[in-house]
Design a protein around this ligand. Structure first.
Ligand code: NAD
Ligand code: LMR
Length: 329
């Protein structure tokens, strides 16, 4: 085992997602069995006692890869020297709400956390925002951390990506491993666009395999885009284990890279690719090598896809304007 632990901060660590996520990280799911991790767990003061209980459970697992745990309510202490920051802590929506309704309640969390990361995180810091509305919260954190390169900020659309693969596998009878090059475009919201025109099922274009535009428009896209709400309706609270699993997938692939025959969906700072205005945190197909993502270039976008991408990106622009109005960026 290597000797220097990777320092991983998790915010909202006493919450539902935290309860799945911490045990996966501690057991080596991010960087493998040979890389020790040190957990830095941030919570609000009233949740620290509950978090102490979670830390007792982490201790009780005797994970060989867990090199240490520190908890606290001060981001400047908890983020000190961290290599990865997983910003999960934020209020979840309830029944009948859209994720954008959380902008005002949650946006305020991410400006101070961005500032703290800017001051004390390690030089190689990579930030993943899971807390909703994830894309715009990542924009707030990035905007408040001027010394951290913009490409080190990301938001989670991997859960949507995984949902999109699972629904397509169910429709086609393929196994999830036969499905490659899935793309979620835009916002982690009901406007997101899961694109089947570049996805492959057993090497064939998914939209051609399915060959049913009605299903694609009326069933597939809404099922994927509104899955979060369906889970809230069924469970009475928002997705947690699947969100933790997707957060693991996202950070794992950012560190380990993507295979030559595949890509993943990550929400990252737009460089203007595919007409997405520069500076918005939008979901794209990306490949990763040596810890650096690159937006897949040269995909043909037909009129149907263009309309869908433009609609979700318009919403991201509106969210950016709203948080500008709140003085958060
Ligand atoms: P939760 O309410 O169970 O836990 C949130 C935790 O964050 C709480 O323990 C709370 O005390 C803590 N917290 C609040 N403010 C904080 C702050 N300033 N610093 C540190 N911690 C703070 O919620 P959850 O179910 O774990 O969900 C967390 C967030 O993740 C929600 O916003 C939810 O909507 C979002 N989410 C995103 C995705 C995605 O795919 N991007 C998926 C599922 C959930
Ligand atoms: C999800 O997609 O499950 C989460 O973003 C939670 C939500 O509010 O939908």
């Amino acid at each position: 085992m290597s000797t220097t632990p990777v320092k991983v901060a998790v915010t909202g660590a006493a919450g539902q997602i935290g309860y799945s996520l911490l045990f996966r990280i501690a057991s080596g799911a991010l960087f493998g069995a040979d890389t020790p991790v040190e957990l830095r767990l941030l919570e609000i003061t009233p949740a620290l006692k509950a978090l102490e209980g979670v830390v007792m459970e982490l201790d009780d697992c005797a994970f060989p890869t867990l090199a240490g745990v520190q908890i606290g309510d001060d981001p400047n202490t908890i983020f000190d020297g961290v290599n990865h920051a997983l910003l999960v802590g934020a209020r979840p929506r309830g029944p009948g709400m859209e994720r954008g309704d959380l902008l005002e309640a949650n946006g305020g969390i991410f400006a101070p956390q961005g500032k703290a990361l800017n001051s004390v995180a390690a030089d190689d810091i990579r930030v993943t925002v899971t807390g909703n509305p994830a894309n715009t919260n990542a924009l707030i954190a990035m905007s408040n951390a001027p010394d951290i390169p913009k490409e080190r900020f990301s938001a989670l659309t991997r859960l949507d990506h995984n949902r999109a693969i699972s629904q397509l596998a169910a429709k086609t009878g393929a196994s999830v491993t036969d499905i490659k090059k899935m793309t979620i475009w835009g916002n982690h919201s009901a406007t997101q666009y899961p694109d089947l025109f570049h996805t492959l099922v057993g090497g064939r274009v998914a939209a051609e395999v399915v060959n049913d535009q009605q299903w694609l428009e009326s069933t597939y896209i809404p099922t994927v885009a509104k899955r979060g709400a369906a889970i809230i309706d069924a469970r009475g609270s928002s997705s947690a284990a699947s969100a933790a699993s997707a957060t693991i997938d996202h950070v794992h692939d950012w560190a380990a890279g993507t295979p030559a025959d595949d890509w993943v969906s990550m929400s990252v700072c737009s460089d203007g690719s595919y007409g997405v205005p520069e500076g918005l945190i939008s979901s794209f197909p990306v490949t990763v090598a040596n810890g650096t993502w690159s937006i897949v270039q040269g995909l043909e976008i037909d009129d149907f896809s263009r309309g869908r991408i433009d609609a979700t990106v318009k919403e991201l622009g509106e969210e950016r304007d709203a948080v500008k109005g709140l003085g958060l960026i």
